[in-house]
Design a protein around this ligand. Structure first.
Ligand code: HAM
Length: 424
């Protein structure tokens, strides 16, 4: 037998059994962005490598070791997008969407990072994100957090996620803090691991994000960025906290929250769950007022987030919240004998026309009663319609419940659509 070709490690098929969960998450996303008046943007999966280097930052895990970068046939360096923010800014600048305007945008699609695959961490994964441009005040930071909170409510996972919040201040404030942090780290240089030593000068804030417990213990005494904030940054953060309090969104201020991408300033946040092991961040983002200018546009304030869809699907599965997701089929229409196939098709068609949202599957491929009933059961349908010669001669259809122990009933063909509507 020929050797089977396997999928690429860390890149998953989403199988028919899982699709309904994905569709449910996607439906909640669409309903939520629509309820907040956001517009969709779709950008290419491949961009110039420079776009990500200049936005995410040269000294970040993503750019240093996780990008899928390759030479195009003409020698240009291209990269499969590792995230959506850079592409959204690029598109916004290129099409004049950002200059002197407000935009509230959203997107969803696959992203690519060459990370070590494990539960909740993949090399191709999917993000849903929002990016808002042109609003500098903290009310919009609160709004994007309210939008994310609505997702948890709609998905029924509100009790299982927590919001962590921090502020990184502005560039000058961070520069001052950076010096203080480097001075602190220098005092403990010999106790730092290789990664932290390497980052100490190039990107010292990332040292705060270490997962190494020994270094975390050292960092307990490190200077805190909050103490280096100017009045405006402090006021921005306080306003955000007040608005979140006012709309009843709980949060924990985490002064160690720094994020792994370089473009942030002021607000940063992560929604985390303890139900997924080490990959517990389900949604993350913040403000990035410098990026639009940094990528060649006219300066525009910006804030946004991205959510990992695989992690949400995993969370729904872990919490066993996938049981009442509607099956793909409501009604399975059988045809007992070749002479019944055409009429059975017509009956199925009449039902679809009468109830456009009803999911009707016609049996194809013949077979006896037992085989057709087995298929009906496997389809997940609530009811099978039994259409045989007897039924057709009497202008009737038998409705057989498949999930409940109620009696099969015979109905006149004209009454079928209304009877099904009552039963479903
Ligand atoms: P990020 O923190 O790199 O931020 O990713 C956001 C979310 O994507 C993570 O919290 C996680 O749920 C999911 N995610 C990231 N990497 C993986 C992976 N390898 N496998 C599965 N899920 C993953 C950003 O990407 C920023 N662009 C967010 C943003 C938008 N900031 C402002 N606007």
């Amino acid at each position: 037998m020929a050797k089977q070709i396997q999928a690429i490690r860390g890149m998953n098929d989403i199988l028919p059994s899982q699709s309904p969960i994905w569709q449910k998450v996607e439906a909640v996303i669409r309903a939520s962005v629509s309820a907040y008046g956001y517009s969709e943007i779709r950008t290419p999966i491949v961009e110039s490598t420079d776009l990500f280097k200049r936005s995410i930052g040269e000294v970040t895990d993503i750019v240093e070791k996780e990008m899928y970068t390759f030479a195009d046939r003409n020698g240009d360096s291209l990269t499969l997008r590792p995230e959506g923010t850079a592409s959204t800014v690029r598109a916004g600048n290129e099409h004049g969407l950002l200059y002197n305007q407000e935009q509230r945008l959203w997107y969803t699609g696959p992203m690519f990072r060459h990370e070590r695959p494990q539960k909740g961490r993949y090399r191709q994964f999917h993000q849903f994100g929002v990016e808002v441009y042109g609003i500098a005040s903290a009310d919009i930071d609160a709004e994007v957090l309210m939008l994310s909170n609505r997702l948890w409510e709609e998905l029924g996972i509100k009790e299982h996620v927590e919001l962590e919040l921090n502020t990184l201040g502005d560039a000058e404030e961070r520069a001052k803090y950076r010096d203080a942090l480097i001075a602190f780290l220098e005092q403990h240089k010999d106790k730092l691991d290789e990664d932290s030593q390497r980052r100490m000068y190039s990107n010292p804030l990332r040292v705060l994000d270490t997962k190494n417990p020994e270094i975390q213990a050292i960092l307990v005494d490190a200077p805190e960025l909050m103490d280096y904030l100017g009045e405006e940054s402090k006021a921005h953060f306080n306003t955000l906290c007040e608005l979140l309090d006012a709309v009843g969104i709980q949060y924990k201020v985490n002064p160690r929250l720094v994020r792994g991408l370089d473009y942030y300033n002021r607000t940063v946040f992560e929604w985390v769950t303890t139900s997924l092991g080490s990959q517990g961040t389900v949604l993350a983002g913040g403000r990035y007022d410098g990026l639009v200018g940094q990528l060649g546009g006219k300066d525009s304030p910006a804030v946004g987030f991205a959510m990992g869809l695989e992690r949400i699907v995993l969370l729904l599965e872990t919490l066993e919240l996938t049981k009442d997701i509607a099956p793909e089929v409501d009604v399975y229409v059988t045809a007992m004998g070749e002479q019944c196939v055409a009429e059975a098709f017509k009956i199925a068609q009449e039902l679809r026309q009468a109830h456009p949202s009803l999911k009707v599957m016609s049996h194809c491929g013949g077979g006896n009663f037992k085989k057709q009933m087995k298929r009906a059961d496997k389809s997940g349908a609530k009811f099978a319609l039994i259409i045989g010669e007897n039924e057709l001669n009497n202008n009737q259809v038998a409705i057989k419940p498949l999930r409940e122990k109620t009696e099969q009933q015979l109905v006149a063909r004209e009454a079928l659509a209304s009877q099904i509507a009552e039963l479903i």
